[in-house]
Design a protein around this ligand. Structure first.
Ligand SMILES: NC(=O)c1ccc[n+]([C@@H]2O[C@H](COP(=O)([O-])OP(=O)(O)OC[C@H]3O[C@@H](n4cnc5c(N)ncnc54)[C@H](O)[C@@H]3O)[C@@H](O)[C@H]2O)c1
Length: 282
């Protein structure tokens, strides 16, 4: 029963507590606001303190009780302090969203060890730290719940211009699949969310590696994301729907659904499409 339907009905989140990392911008911010609109209280963190404070201010206008922390998710102690604050302030945490993430554009040959360390420490270890800090007390409380980990369409189909990023997002998908089975007896669902091309600040903040005119590449990338026009608000709605349906993997936006199906049914064709898609970032 638990597998087909989550015990958390997301249409009404009154009395629920949602913890979100990277809530200062994009998908994390919009998800926080949507949860607040549906009645949830929030524990929010971000490496950018003023940005997360801004999200909190907007969420409080919907009546939410909100705590915020400045947290670098690559630091396990900072994430643990965030979890301590959340469990001290609220009666428990129902939904944990490991959303904080960074991008890096470039092929493997242009990606340095330092780049790898940075990406892995945030995109993969940030998720590990979030689960580590929150799960024991979520389990202990016995109230069930849900974990959402932000993977990516690049975690379904490898993109050669997002070499290290793809690797971290494949890892998040694998971790989520394993965790889902492990947490089922505790009535905690796990969903790996795999958005496609979403128009957020990530196109502006992701470092660009390799030869060529970096400014021109960034402009082309930002223009592609803008033209696609898929908003983080829509992602937020899809995330709550995926929790409601207790989805294991939730592709978001048409291109992510296509990649999901093709990568499983027609891998050679999927790889050819991935190579074409990568040209946008070259
Ligand atoms: N935008 C897309 O097209 C897209 C597609 C697939 C997956 N995603 C994933 O969705 C998630 C959210 O991305 P977004 O597009 O909303 O990006 P965004 O840049 O708008 O937001 C990311 C937030 O994470 C925060 N952050 C970055 N490093 C952090 C750290 N070390 N500790 C704590 N917070 C940190 C940033 O300050 C920012 O507020 C990421 O995991 C990203 O990889 C995004």
């Amino acid at each position: 029963m638990f597998n087909s339907r989550s015990r958390i009905q997301t249409a009404d989140l009154a009395g629920r507590v949602v913890a979100i990392t990277g809530a200062g911008s994009g998908i994390g911010r919009e998800l926080a606001l949507l949860c607040a609109r549906r009645g949830a209280d929030l524990a929010l963190c971000d490496i950018n303190e003023s940005a997360v404070d801004d999200t909190a201010g907007a969420a409080r206008r919907f009546g939410a009780d909100v705590i915020t922390h400045r947290v670098d998710v690559s630091d396990p102690d900072q994430v643990a302090a965030f979890a301590d604050a959340a469990f001290a302030h609220f009666t428990g945490v129902d939904i944990l969203v490991n959303n904080a993430g960074v991008g890096l554009i470039g092929g493997f040959l242009d990606t340095s060890h330092k780049d790898w360390d940075w990406l892995v420490s945030i995109n993969l270890m940030g998720v590990v730290h979030g689960c580590d800090a929150f799960l024991p007390r979520m389990i202990e409380s016995g109230r069930g719940g849900h974990v959402v980990n932000l993977s990516s369409a690049a975690g379904l189909l490898a993109n050669p211009q997002l070499s290290a990023y793809s690797a971290t997002k494949f890892a998040v998908l694998g971790l989520s699949e394993a965790l889902r089975i492990e947490l089922e007896p505790h009535r905690i669902g796990v969903t790996a969310v795999c958005p496609g091309v979403i128009n957020t600040a990530i196109t502006k903040t992701s470092p660009i590696r390799g030869s060529g005119d970096a400014d021109g590449r960034r402009q082309r990338l930002a223009a592609t994301y803008q033209k696609r026009g898929y908003t983080p608000e829509r992602v937020a709605r899809n995330i709550l729907r995926a929790i409601d349906r207790n989805r294991a993997v939730a592709p978001v936006a048409a291109e992510a659904h296509v990649m999901y199906v093709l990568s499983r049914l027609a891998p050679p064709l999927a790889r050819r499409i991935a190579a074409q898609l990568a040209k946008v970032a070259e």
